[in-house]
Write a protein that binds this ligand. Structure first.
Ligand code: ACM
Ligand code: ZN
Length: 584
């Protein structure tokens, strides 16, 4: 090298150093939730921003899209491009046959290697990596940040196949944008089923084109109960529904994040909104109105009327077009039999079918089994299976149904022992409409009860289940019922941080959970909620109650105040062009 070349090189070095300052990395302790099955951390780090990226050609396009999406996110947060290379190097996604939804992640100072055999495997590897990074990685406002991964060797796969969350859009309507926010945070925690409760006594929420009165009439109620007493009514008309276009969009959005949306059309009870629209479907013929108070209603679909089945088939025909899910939830809970006992058509049907009272069940309960089995058979002809609440076991249930155990775990255990698949969702542990602190006055009004994250986390789905029956416990689900949850802020507040606890119950074998590790990792989850802008309950961090600006109304007077001082959620929705409306 001559002296000019030497000067040029040293000048280039000076300029290069001036342009690329020493990277400052923020490192976080390993805080991934749900905690992977096997984690061995090492020393040393690998910088993933700007690293070359390799995506195995053996992956199908949907898997490649996940890896490319992650590379896109890295570029967004760092403004550094991950150049795609033809051989494994830097950040490598490598195809390997393995159990469904499983992955391995190996990080050394030389690179990060992901092994996966399906799309959810890759998605979960990417979620694990994301949670290993500082929470700013989850924020849309971050840029020019560089990230590195701690050396680690992870082997991970879910314990339960069905990892669900129920969102009740029936009692209160949440805009599609909020359903997507719920999906976003579900995907952070590796949930894979959204049970979407779309029909209720208090509102029909899904557009059915062949039965347009369902939304014209059934999606609007005259007023709503805002407190625990039936006469605590707000005198404010309330309504809203999802267009089929919105439903399709949500199903796709969820699918892109590894989540199957399972719709619930709750039948034959919880049908006041449908009866208000089509009174001829009830035993008395009506008139009926969309329910304005909470609780179980006496009027249900008439099981002795063939028109009921034509109606259900019309509805389900459109539901099947919208939801590719193998399972359809047909509800079946809380169907009082008082009307059927008095109804000439229902009684004639009981006679025709030869149904009789037995020691265990009344003839009317067998009539509900007839409805369940007929809908199950109709769905089976179209390649679908049913999930139903535990009441569908009362009577004579046909094989192939999956039971959702909610009054406790006993029904799930019994179902599993009889050879039915069961999903555990017992109220005591999995109903996240309960309070998260014992200082109820500091909380917005809720249904009652106390379910802090640590109690939810402690649930063992195998408690009382025999060894042989365990393989029929296919999953666990938490349910977010929304009688009192009337705003998106409140919905998120009830969901978080309990969703993090749920993810451990769903992902881990019960004996592998470790509360100390979970609680320590929850602090990082909190930072993620902040980065993603979620409202969440801070009780685990010693801050009890919901800040006043996030609180929904509690009483008609407070509601008045609330409407004056704060843009109501429906106003936001109107701006977004949603079909949500309130007439005052
Ligand atoms: C239910 O909570 N009625 C399933
Ligand atoms: Zn009837």
């Amino acid at each position: 090298m001559n002296k000019y070349q030497a000067v040029a090189i040293s000048l280039m070095t000076v300029f290069a150093c001036a342009r690329v300052p020493e990277a400052v990395f923020e490192d976080v302790p390993f805080s991934v939730l749900p905690c992977p099955v096997s984690v061995q951390t090492g020393s040393g780090y690998f910088e993933i921003t700007g690293a070359p990226i390799y995506i195995d050609k053996a992956f199908d396009p949907s898997c490649r899209a996940v890896a490319e999406g992650f590379a896109g996110r890295l570029k967004q947060v760092s403004s550094m491009r991950n150049k795609v290379v033809p051989e494994p190097a830097g950040l490598s996604f490598i195809y390997q046959e393995m159990d469904a939804e499983s992955y391995c992640l190996d990080v050394t100072e030389e690179g990060a290697t992901i092994l996966a055999g399906d799309r959810n495997g890759i998605l979960y590897a990417v979620q694990t990596i994301s949670q290993m990074l500082p929470s700013s990685f989850f924020s849309d406002t971050t840029s020019h940040t560089r990230y590195r991964l701690q050396s680690v060797s992870i082997k991970d796969s879910p314990h339960f196949k069905y990892r669900g969350l129920l969102i009740d859009s029936g009692r209160h309507f949440f805009p599609a944008s909020e359903i997507k926010r719920c999906i976003d945070i579900m995907s952070v925690y590796k949930l894979n089923r959204l049970h979407w409760h779309l029909s209720e006594d208090q509102g029909w929420r899904i557009e059915i084109k062949s039965r347009s009165r369902l939304t014209q009439v059934g999606s609007v109620r005259r007023e709503s109960q805002v407190g625990h007493w039936r006469d605590s009514l707000d005198h404010v008309q309330y309504g809203g529904f999802y267009s089929q276009e919105e439903v399709r969009d949500i199903v796709k959005y969820a699918s892109d994040r590894g989540i199957t949306v399972i719709p619930e059309i709750d039948l034959p009870g919880h049908m006041m909104s449908a009866l208000a629209a089509y009174p001829e479907l009830g035993c008395t013929g009506g008139p009926y109105e969309v329910a304005t108070t909470w609780g179980v209603k006496k009027d249900v679909l008439c099981a002795g009327n063939e028109e009921t089945f034509r109606f259900l088939e019309d509805v389900l025909t459109e539901v099947l077009e919208l939801f590719p899910s193998e399972y359809i939830n047909i509800g079946g809970d809380e169907c009082p039999k008082a009307r059927w006992e008095e109804c000439p058509r229902c009684q004639a049907k009981i006679k025709e079918l030869g149904l009789k009272d037995t020691d265990s069940h009344a003839a009317e309960q067998y009539l509900q089994s007839y409805v369940t089995n007929r809908i199950q058979a109709w769905l089976a002809e179209r390649g679908r299976k049913i999930i139903g609440w535990e009441e569908i076991m009362q009577g004579e249930l046909a094989p192939g149904a999956t039971i959702m155990s909610w009054l406790g775990s006993a029904a799930g255990i019994k179902a599993a022992e009889k050879g039915f698949d069961a999903i555990m969702s017992p109220g005591e542990f999995m109903y996240i409409d309960r309070y998260q602190s014992e200082e109820w006055d500091a909380e917005p009004v809720s249904i009652g009860g106390f379910l802090p994250v640590e109690k939810l986390w402690s649930y063992n789905p195998y408690e009382g289940v025999t060894e042989e029956a365990k393989n029929h416990i296919t999953g666990v689900q938490a349910n977010l019922w929304t009688e009192f949850i009337c705003t998106s802020d409140y919905l998120e507040y009830m969901l978080l941080p309990r969703l993090a606890g749920l993810s451990e119950v769903q992902w881990k074998a019960p004996e592998e959970k470790d509360y100390g590790r979970f609680r320590a990792a929850l602090d990082h989850s909190r930072d993620i909620f902040e980065a993603m802008g979620y409202v969440y309950c801070k009780a685990p961090w010693g801050i009890v109650g919901m800040p006043s600006e996030e609180r929904p109304a509690r009483s008609p007077e407070e509601l008045e105040e609330y409407l004056k001082t704060r843009p109501a959620p429906w106003a936001v929705s109107k701006e977004e062009g949603r079909k949500l409306f309130i007439v005052r």
